[in-house]
Design a binder for this molecule. Structure first.
Ligand code: UT7
Length: 333
């Protein structure tokens, strides 16, 4: 029996990531704000993060990650017909960062657009691309999570400036071929009642930056950390459980969980609630902090290149961010 279009399986043919050269350590932050390496390490797990150069934009990092993903997929940029960039730190408010990426890659037959779903954007993009490929609308898609958060941080606010970093991760999606794995199940969700807990209040149409408010740093990330923490644990646990159930997977079937990289305590809490031991949960926030949409994409690429999973293994991706937004995927590699 031939498969219906909606069931054409979609695989991840390649992953790539890029982080800027400049390292900002906890010791460096001790010189900027009233904090300590000890506080940051015990409360978050973060030891250092990367900071993009002044002339290094979100699109530049996205392109570098994408070239690695394309190379691994054995695909030319000219073969792409879809590029989705997930970012909350676009090069410009318009046009979309995806347009700069398309030009730089020379992917001139690709449709390119951005999505704004904060830390969940890469998996929102994965769901959209998967569906458009399995529908037969597109063949080859590039999904990217890329952020230059350092441009939207108040470097005098110790509640936020210790948490975030810059970077990009990418994945090439296409129809699965004989013997290849596929994205088994995806789940995405949103709770717009919680916009006040994590946001960048200024710089949009609701609150343009003016000479009168310029000194208030309103175009910087603001967060009520404790509240966000609680929602993050519950939503990620529930979402991961949903995709595991849809895929018929028990905790022992999961080779690796690749979660959003915001806080080691959040990751430990989720691992505990999913009954997955911590040696089967990937973390790299120690090196990069929270890079929002880029975080799970970079983590997926690093775990893949380190051989933490291989063909046939089942993995779970799970994320949470401003909005609130959350998302998960189960993948047979
Ligand atoms: O990517 C989107 C998702 N984001 C997240 O998931 C982030 C979720 N939240 C968190 O990761 C944690 O809530 C934080 C790491 C942001 C904060 O940790 P916490 O354990 O919730 O600490 P807290 O905010 O309750 O602050 C505890 C104390 C406070 O002092 P008092 O009021 O107890 O005297 C803070 O003023 O720690 C103080 N504090 C700091 N001290 C040293 C806050 N930031 C710092 C700092 N250095 N950087």
């Amino acid at each position: 029996m031939s498969q219906s279009h909606s069931h054409i399986p979609v695989t991840i043919a390649g992953t790539g990531s890029y982080v800027p050269e400049k390292v900002l350590t906890n010791a460096d932050l001790e010189k900027l704000v009233d904090t300590s390496d000890e506080w940051i390490t015990t409360r978050t797990g973060i030891r250092e993060r990367r900071i993009a150069a002044d002339d290094e934009f979100t699109s530049h990092m996205a392109v570098k990650a994408s070239l690695k993903a394309l190379e691994q997929a054995g695909m030319e940029a000219s073969e792409l017909d879809l590029i989705i960039v997930a970012t909350i730190t676009p090069d410009t408010l318009t046009p979309a960062t995806a347009c700069y990426v398309q030009k730089e890659l020379g992917a001139m037959t690709a449709v390119a657009f951005d999505i704004s779903a904060a830390c969940s954007g890469f998996l929102y993009g994965m769901k959209i691309a998967k569906r458009l490929i399995s529908d037969g609308a597109f063949k080859n898609a590039l999904i990217i999570g890329a952020e230059k958060l350092s441009s939207f941080i108040n470097w005098e606010d110790r509640n936020t400036c210790i948490l975030f970093g810059d970077g990009a991760g990418a994945a090439v999606l296409r129809q699965s071929r004989e013997g290849e794995g596929h994205i088994i199940a995806t789940d995405i969700g949103t709770d717009g009642n919680q916009t006040h807990l994590l946001n960048i209040p200024g710089g949009g149409s609701a609150c343009p930056i003016t000479t009168e408010n310029a000194d208030q740093r309103l175009a910087s990330l603001a967060m009520l950390g404790k509240e966000v923490f609680k929602h993050a644990v519950t939503r990620m646990r529930d979402s991961a459980k949903t995709v595991m159930a849809r895929a018929g997977l028990k905790p022992e079937d999961i080779k690796l969980v690749v979660p959003h990289q915001a806080n080691l305590r959040i990751i430990d809490a989720i691992a505990d609630r999913l009954d997955v031991p911590s040696d089967r949960v990937f973390t790299n926030l120690q090196k990069y902090g929270n890079t929002s949409a880029a975080a799970v994409a970079i983590a997926l690429d690093e775990a893949h290149r380190e051989g933490r999973f291989t063909r046939g293994d089942k993995i779970v991706l799970v994320v949470f961010g401003a909005g609130f937004t959350w998302a998960s995927a189960t993948i047979e590699w």
